[in-house]
Design a protein around this ligand. Structure first.
Ligand SMILES: NC(=O)C1=CN([C@@H]2O[C@H](COP(=O)(O)OP(=O)(O)OC[C@H]3O[C@@H](n4cnc5c(N)ncnc54)[C@H](OP(=O)(O)O)[C@@H]3O)[C@@H](O)[C@H]2O)C=CC1
Ligand SMILES: C[C@H](O)[C@@H]1OC(=O)[C@H](O)[C@@H]1O
Length: 260
């Protein structure tokens, strides 16, 4: 097992890629704090999704707790670390994964929507990394941080002008954090998923033409599944990657390099 006895926090861990990371971490021997956000309306279904992930982790023989909170709020990151200390005694691994992509045209993009996407995707990553790194530093045993950036850090999208800069920002954050935290034995890397089948792109891909176009561009011949990303995150979080920091790994079935 790659993460035997490690104590992990996964932001946005209730669905999609984050859920995949939670389960892979547990398979690899880690205990997991599962963060999610119920939203302003405190949606019951979202609480249920997080509770189900906790139950799945426990069925794998590991410990887990669900912690609700909007990652855009810096205090939520502090609370996640405190929850990990209370439940497991500390933090060894952070997967900073929570993110949103409400597709919208550029010319009439509401300022509030732009701000929300930046606050969740980039602000949330910044504060989660800062809170986890402070705890790892206090423990004195180093740690590993893996952020979910995106292929969208490298290429654009007409309906993603608010989103792609946040993913480039997360990529850059991991590079700078790798330098800032290397002296404390804390490694910082990112994954850049391509087109992964989750709720985030359900509406966008409901257009069969767009789905078909994307599908044909992927050399490995299929959309990604959350597990495809989760296994790479577990590798980067583990000692198998002990000399890897500041790196970004595309997990896209070859989509990025396929120009023609
Ligand atoms: N799917 C894809 O093709 C790609 C995704 N990514 C990135 O992967 C990450 C995960 O996306 P994906 O799994 O696809 O999306 P999903 O919509 O399936 O899952 C998003 C997760 O993030 C949580 N979340 C959303 N907003 C917040 C918030 N404000 N605070 C805390 N948690 C929150 C959700 O919790 P809840 O259920 O409670 O809302 C959910 O667990 C994102 O950062 C995304 O940008 C990158 C490249 C490609
Ligand atoms: C949500 C999109 O379908 C998905 O998100 C990303 O980061 C990828 O680039 C895809 O566009």
């Amino acid at each position: 097992m790659l993460l035997e006895g490690k104590r992990a926090i996964v932001t946005g861990g209730s669905r999609g890629i984050g859920r995949g990371i939670c389960l892979e971490f547990a398979r690899q021997g880690a205990d997991v704090v599962v963060n999610y956000y119920a939203g302003a309306d405190k949606g019951f279904a979202r609480d249920t999704a997080a509770d189900e992930v906790v139950a799945e982790i426990e069925a794998l023989g590991r410990r887990a707790i669900a912690v609700e909170g909007d990652i855009a709020d810096p205090q939520v990151s502090t609370a996640l670390v405190e929850a990990a200390i209370d439940a497991f005694g500390g933090v060894d691994v952070l997967a900073s994964n929570a993110g949103i992509c409400p597709f919208h045209a550029f010319l009439d993009m509401p300022a509030e929507l732009f701000k929300q996407v930046v606050d969740v995707n980039l602000g949330g990553a910044f504060f989660a990394v800062q809170a986890a790194a402070n705890r790892m530093n206090a423990q004195g045993t180093g740690g590993a941080i893996v952020a979910t950036s995106s292929i969208s850090a490298l290429v654009g999208g007409a309906l993603q002008t608010h989103y792609t800069p946040t993913k480039a920002g997360v990529h850059s954050l991991m590079q700078s954090a790798a330098i800032a935290l290397g002296p404390y034995g804390i490694r910082c890397n990112s994954v850049m998923p391509g087109a992964i089948a989750t709720d985030i792109n359900k509406d966008d891909w409901s257009d069969p033409k767009k789905r078909d176009y994307l599908d044909k561009r992927i050399p490995l011949g299929r959309f990604g599944e959350p597990e495809d990303v989760a296994r790479v995150v577990a590798f980067l979080a583990s000692d198998m990657a002990a000399y890897v920091t500041g790196a970004a790994l595309l997990v896209d079935g070859g989509l990025f390099v396929n120009l023609q």
